[in-house]
Design a protein around this ligand. Structure first.
Ligand code: G3I
Ligand code: 9MR
Ligand code: ZN
Length: 546
């Protein structure tokens, strides 16, 4: 198939602009919506790379900065339409934020704000504490994790953290309005983004046990069939506490304290108290308390092989929130444990510098962000800053090896590859904030181009954004609600060479990484959505628009 691949949403006037062709070609032109040629040029032959398997040619039309609607035309092939404008990403930002609202569980949605995507209150029953003979617990609320109806503490904490670090670093996020019910605070109403993160924070508070530890997750015993959330009436279970969840909650509550203290002092103080309580439990329980699924149970596991990165994040976040030296000293200890673990384990689940990791499991990068926000000269601050710089340079090097300018190696095309990319875009965003460089911005732009259509699938991986946006997420409500279009603003997990579901296995075994994708509702390993695949896009867009 001959394609002219382009970001189907478009570009900021000042940013780099390119299209990628997967067929030999010499000239290209940019045509506006009156069919006038407004720009033309010659292509650059890049060659073949091992992530797309394609022999690519590039059209660079960066100088075109006149706002408008355009297509790229190469010989007899045209690209999708795209726009150039200063507010080209406004709808995208709105939509990506709004999805958190649609994912609300419990009494969450109202018809005025969710319209045709409304669902009845769900998962209201108290949850049984698995394996214990104690009274059921009310853990109502929060966000559904993903295409399933589970609610998982570590995943929730990380998604909230992406959003709140976004707020701390780029306060333009406080101005994003996405039409959700308003929540009052000390000085009026909370900015939408903080009203939305409060929903998940309130839920995470309920996940904390009296002793300070935090249940790893609340789910039914097995994933629900494809039904609306309110029809999922199976018994809810709280599965055992983990030090992973406890540390992540200590961290995210300390972070949230630093944000909410300016809006709602008493709420912020509750968050800080609960963070202390979780941290005290961690101090009394220094041995890792990891997590694996109960025998026979099949819902998300979110397993992690160590808890050093989580404890490091907690110590850094509490140090930033309180200034107390004891947390700094703890962070130094966890940093050393993490370095030892990192050097002893070549098969760890990430590439690159561990102190820049922003995933649902490896969270030391979030600790680094707290150190950067604290800003006090220290060895750990130097480590944080140098780590982002070193990692950004590694990503730059990788981005030169493919025609798409992507910071992605073939090992990155795992389950949720779009999050691997988005985590890299977050790192580059941080590096660009620390010391602005044109090349960092170029890779962030290339990443966004890829997500929005400049990829070998010629698909936009965000619903509702782009002419060929994916339409069939593995998402229970969308699959059964009889509404043609899915909620706009959902980020797909994206191509995954692991092909870990039956439908994905219909792809030929030698499919290149970038093409290991099908827009099919059954493909949970290629086409699911989750809160923590949307949240890094919010962070990255906030950085880009700052
Ligand atoms: O860590 C290894 C790495 O060493 C190896 O090189 C690489 C390639 O095989 O795999 C890495 O492990 C991957 C792991 O995520 C860590 O990134 C696994 O292959 C991959 O299967 C695993 O995928 C996770 C998936 O659950 C299955 O456990 C996704 O990251 C995670 O986002 C996803 O989360 C699910 C929840 O369980 C349930 N709710 C929906 C959600 C999204 O699909
Ligand atoms: O729908 C589930 C999805 O949300 C999860 O990410 C995935 C892995 O935990 O599991 C999906 O559920 C599938 C189950 O694991 C196996 N039978 C088919 C289910 C999807 O219809
Ligand atoms: Zn629910």
């Amino acid at each position: 198939m001959r394609n002219v691949l382009v970001n189907q949403v478009g570009f900021l006037p000042s940013s780099d602009k390119k299209a990628v062709m997967n067929f030999p070609c010499e000239n290209y032109k940019i045509v506006n919506d009156k069919n006038e040629t407004v720009y033309s040029g010659t292509t650059l032959h890049f060659g073949t790379d091992d992530i797309s398997g394609e022999d690519t040619y590039i059209a660079d039309f960066s100088p075109l900065n006149e706002p408008g609607k355009y297509t790229v035309v190469v010989d007899d092939v045209s690209s999708c339409n795209f726009f150039i404008s200063q507010d080209v990403y406004s709808k995208l930002m709105h939509d990506v934020c709004k999805c958190f609202y649609y994912l609300r569980c419990g009494e969450g949605l109202d018809k005025e704000h969710s319209g045709k995507y409304y669902h009845e209150p769900c998962h209201l029953t108290k949850a049984t504490v698995y394996g214990e003979d104690t009274a059921p617990v009310d853990v109502c609320g929060g966000w559904h994790d993903a295409g399933d109806y589970g609610r998982y503490s570590t995943a929730g904490a990380v998604a909230v953290a992406h959003l709140l670090y976004g707020v701390r670093l780029f306060n333009n996020l406080l101005d994003v309005k996405f039409d959700i019910p308003s929540v009052t605070c000390d000085h009026g109403v909370l900015p939408d983004i903080l009203a939305e993160t409060k929903v998940e924070l309130d839920f995470l508070m309920k996940m904390q046990k009296d002793d300070g530890s935090v249940w790893h997750k609340v789910t039914t015993f097995n994933h629900a069939p494809f039904i609306m959330p309110e029809e999922d009436k199976e018994e809810l279970f709280l599965f055992p506490a983990s030090s992973l969840a406890t540390a992540d909650i200590a961290a995210v509550f300390a972070l949230a304290y630093t944000v909410y203290k300016d809006y709602d002092a008493s709420y912020a103080n509750i968050l800080l108290e609960k963070s202390f309580k979780a941290y005290s439990w961690l101090e009394k329980n220094p041995a890792p308390l990891l997590f694996s699924n109960a025998t026979g149970s099949n819902t998300g596991e979110y397993p992690e092989p160590e808890d050093f990165s989580n404890r490091f994040w907690a110590a850094c976040a509490l140090y930033e929130a309180t200034g107390e030296k004891k947390y700094y000293a703890d962070a130094v200890d966890f940093k050393e444990s993490l370095e030892d673990y990192d050097s002893d384990n070549s098969d760890k689940g990430y590439q690159g510098n561990v102190f820049t990791c922003f995933g649902w499991g490896d969270v030391a990068g979030l600790g680094s962000l707290s150190l950067i926000l604290k800003g006090d000269a220290s060895d750990l601050l130097t480590l944080a800053e140098e780590s982002f710089e070193e990692e950004a340079d590694r990503l730059y090097y990788i981005s030169t090896a493919n025609g798409f300018g992507l910071p992605m190696a073939k090992e990155d095309f795992i389950w949720g590859s779009n999050m691997e990319l988005l985590k890299y875009m977050m790192i580059l965003t941080v590096a660009n904030k620390l010391s602005p460089e044109e090349k960092y911005l170029q890779i962030i732009t290339a990443g966004l181009d890829y997500l929005l259509g400049c990829n070998s699938m010629d698909v936009s991986y965000v619903t509702g954004s782009g002419e060929k946006a994916f339409k069939n997420p593995h998402l229970r409500p969308t699959a059964v609600d009889d509404i043609e279009e899915p909620w706009p603003g959902l980020v797909s997990g994206g191509p995954n060479t692991g092909l870990q579901d039956e439908q994905a296995q219909t792809l030929p075994k030698d499919t290149p990484p970038m093409k290991c994708y099908i827009d099919h509702v059954d493909c949970y390993s290629l086409n699911e959505i989750t809160i923590y695949w949307n949240s890094p896009l919010v962070f990255t867009l906030a950085g880009l628009l700052a």
